[in-house]
Design a protein around this ligand. Structure first.
Ligand code: NAP
Length: 382
């Protein structure tokens, strides 16, 4: 895989950019200036030869790759991996700083997390949320209930939290046991404290474009896109998946950000062809590495929401070859987390993509913290 170009190279550029490229082609020409995802998507060959120094063409980690042509052969440069962990840390720092200000005014916003049953993964998520709350300076309360709890009993607990003035945000960890009426529970949360953004009042406000509490994962995806400098306005965005908690709100958020949005699901015909039209792909289907290289338009930005547990050695080998990091994780835990996107293939054509783990995952907790702060500010009018 080629990382840099030296000497005279034919660049690919849209006609409209030709003059500025020529103008800037002299010694100080910088690929970075033109190497936006937006340009990348609009590049086409004009056979223009420019002399550029290797340093001018070196691509910083914050920039997407430039596809350049040598003869008629494309040399792909690996996609920039968006560091979701770093963006999440930035958001948490911002939240902590606002909490510090509120503390000086005698205000400490609080989040209650409700766990029903003893599912190990849910328990780990709840602990992580509670711990992050405490680290940032929120008041945190964790309620653990037995899986035998009835819908009525859980409704009663949620109503108590609705009335509790110390609590600004309520999160009922999903999935709930099968006998519990999930819809009734989610609808029982005071919309002002609904930091998951699942209440129909908040979903309705989102659709109408009103300021409201929005589901954490799609909100996190928007933060990732914006903070990575991805141009959303005018882009063709494909959302793979139409779930209530990810796909639907994601599509609405992208639409409000002026993308042209297509929502795909299990009944979509010619899915790869549809996805290939996208400048931005958000994959949230829960199917291991289903989005492969040939589905992705060169230069597209690919956001991988999928979190799939892979515990089969042969599957790890197929997806990651001898990648030492993956194998280290696998040997340690007996499984690894893999997204809906085939990382090895797609990084060859995408301009930017989120890894799994370390992409969208950490963002979900960060946006939960942001939502809790927002809920507190709205409810307490501070
Ligand atoms: P979900 O409720 O199971 O929804 C999956 C969606 O994908 C459905 O709309 C389904 O279509 C569609 N789909 C399934 N198979 C498909 C196929 N073969 N082709 C096209 N579409 C297909 O899942 P979810 O809750 O949205 O979660 C999706 C993924 O994101 C999961 O891996 C989940 O673990 C992950 N996730 C991650 C985070 C995070 O913080 N990183 C948060 C939430 C979810 P139909 O509607 O037609 O059935």
């Amino acid at each position: 895989m080629m990382k840099l170009w030296e000497g005279t190279i034919p660049l690919l550029a849209e006609e409209g950019w030709r003059d500025s490229l020529i103008e800037d082609g002299a010694p100080g020409w910088s690929a970075r200036r033109y190497c936006s995802a937006d340009l990348l998507l609009r590049l086409r060959p004009i056979g223009l030869a420019l002399r550029a120094t290797p340093s001018a063409l070196s691509l910083g980690s914050a920039h997407p790759p430039l596809l350049c042509e040598e003869g008629h052969k494309f040399h792909d440069v690996a996609a920039t991996f968006i560091n979701g962990t770093k963006i999440a840390e930035d958001i948490k720092r911002e939240v902590a700083s606002e909490l510090e200000d509120l503390k000086h005014r005698g205000i400490q916003p609080g989040l209650a997390v409700v766990l029903v049953g003893d599912d190990a993964a849910s328990s780990a998520y709840v602990n992580m949320k509670a711990k992050t709350c405490e680290q940032l300076g929120f008041y945190s309360r964790k309620l653990t209930m037995p899986s035998s709890l009835s819908t009525d009993q859980l409704l009663c607990e949620v109503r108590k939290l609705n009335q509790d003035d110390a609590i600004d945000g309520i999160l009922v960890q999903l999935p709930l046991p099968k006998h519990v009426n999930k819809h009734a529970i989610l609808e029982s949360v005071d919309p002002q404290k609904d930091v998951d953004g699942f209440h129909s009042a908040n979903v309705g406000s989102l659709v109408l474009g009103h300021e409201t509490l929005v589901a954490c994962t799609p909100l996190g995806v928007m933060e990732v896109l914006r903070r990575s400098g991805v141009k959303i306005e005018g882009a063709n965005a494909i959302v793979l998946g139409r779930s209530d908690d990810v796909g639907k709100p994601q599509a609405i958020l992208l639409m409000h950000a002026n993308a042209t949005v297509t929502i795909c699901h299990s009944k979509t015909r010619n899915l790869p062809d549809v996805v290939r039209q996208a400048d931005i792909v958000v994959a949230a289907i829960g199917k291991t590495a289903m989005v492969t290289r040939d589905w992705v338009k060169p230069g597209a930005v690919v956001i991988d929401v999928g979190t799939n547990k892979v515990s089969d050695r042969a599957e790890v080998q197929r997806l990651f070859g001898d990648d030492p990091t993956r194998w280290k994780d696998f040997e340690k835990r007996g499984y690894i987390w893999v997204g809906d996107v085939d990382e090895r293939g797609v990084k060859e054509v995408a301009s930017m993509m989120t890894p799994v783990p370390g992409g969208v995952g950490p963002m979900t907790i960060a946006t939960l913290m942001k939502n809790t702060l927002k809920a507190a500010r709205t409810r307490r009018a501070v």
